[in-house]
Design a binder for this molecule. Sequence first.
Ligand code: AMP
Length: 189
Amino acid sequence: MKNIILFGPPGSGKGTQAKQLEQEHGLIQISTGDLFRYELGNQTELGVLAQTYMSRGRLVPDEVTIKMLERKYNEHTDAVGVILDGFPRTVAQAAALDKMMASRNEEIAMLVSMEVDSEELVQRLLLRGEDSGRADDANEVVIRKRLQVYQDETHPVLDYYEQQGKVIRINGMGSVSKVFEKLVETVSV
Ligand code: AMP
């Protein structure tokens, strides 16, 4: 099974591209953000806990996030491939993911990093906030906090996979369809 990490800051287009890869190429999208929002929609204990972090632009603690990801991954052991969207977001999550893969005789094939200028990210997220229904997109203070958290806690994940020679960078500034073309070429599905 092909395990791909789709990596990048909030607003870089991970979710949009992952959904399209799922629809057109049969890869399974696993988005930890979507999973938290689903839990919140059902007012579960996990969802209510996650919301206290999401609403402030902070990361949900590693332990609960890793556990949730593992549960979801286990549902898709017969998939041709999996796109991890929004996970791992810390080096501790990356290390836990490697361990989880190794115990299943699986591995991360590559990390595709979507590169987008930071001011463009703010504009995209504010625009998305107008109709996404996501409170964390509608507030510029929370958006800037998320970008800061990305720089401080998530960006180091790139170095982690760089050391394994697994990072591929693509320019995420173009149109959705242009970026998708590049992505399909890169992941060769
Ligand atoms: P996203 O939909 O990927 O933008 O995620 C929305 C929010 O969910 C993030 O700002 C975090 O609060 C939380 N979240 C999503 N994925 C993770 C993760 N891997 N680790 C910690 N928190 C996460």
